[in-house]
Design a protein around this ligand. Sequence first.
Ligand SMILES: CC(C)(COP(=O)(O)OP(=O)(O)OC[C@H]1O[C@@H](n2cnc3c(N)ncnc32)[C@H](O)[C@@H]1OP(=O)(O)O)[C@@H](O)C(=O)NCCC(=O)NCCS
Length: 163
Amino acid sequence: MSEVIVRSVRPEDLDRVTEIEAACFPPAEAASKQSFIARIAAFPESFLVAEINGTLIGFINGCATNNSVIYDEMFHSTQHHVPDARNLSVFGLNVMPEYRKQGIAAQLMRHFIQAARETGRQSVILTCKDRLVYYYESFGYVNNGISKSTHGGAQWFDMTLIL
Ligand SMILES: CC(C)(COP(=O)(O)OP(=O)(O)OC[C@H]1O[C@@H](n2cnc3c(N)ncnc32)[C@H](O)[C@@H]1OP(=O)(O)O)[C@@H](O)C(=O)NCCC(=O)NCCS
C-alpha cells in the first residue's frame, strides 16, 4: 500500500469528508455538510484526515471540552468547543470501506492521541457501539458503561483515555 499521510483538515476537503461520512454512518448518525463546514472552521487542529496518493480515505474529528463525557448537543453545534479545555472528544472515526483492516483508523487515532498529549489535554473521550469497545480498549481507553447519548437512536458506551 502507498504511504498514508495524516494531516489537519483543510476547507477544500469539505465535499470528500461529507462523502466519507455518508459512506460510514447511517443517515440518522451521519453529520451533515453544514456541520462539517462549522467543524472545519472551529477546530481544524483536532480534525485529522488520512490520504493516500492525494485521495482522502478517512478522518477523525472532535472538539475540546471540559465535560468528562460526550453529550448529544456537542455533535450539533461548535458552540460547545472550548479551545483550552481539559479533554478532547472524538465525534467520529471513519475509514472508507475498501481501505479498512489495514490499520488506517489506528494511525488516525494515534495521531489524534498524540495531538491531545502535545496540547496538554488530560484525556480523550468518545462514545462507541458495543462492537467497538474492544477496539478502543486496544488504545488504552476504559469503558465507563452505557452513555446517556441517544445519538441516531442507538445505544452508546462512554470511553475515556487518561493521558
Ligand atoms: C471502525 C473503523 C473506523 C475501523 O477502521 P479500520 O481502518 O479498518 O481500522 P483498523 O485497520 O485500525 O482496525 C480494524 C481491524 O483491522 C485489523 N488490522 C489492522 N491492520 C491490519 C492488517 N495490516 N492486516 C489485517 N488486519 C489488520 C485490526 O487489528 C482490527 O481488527 P479487529 O477488528 O479484530 O479489532 C471503520 O470500520 C469504519 O469507518 N466504520 C464505520 C464508522 C464507525 O463505526 N466508526 C467508529 C465509531 S465512531
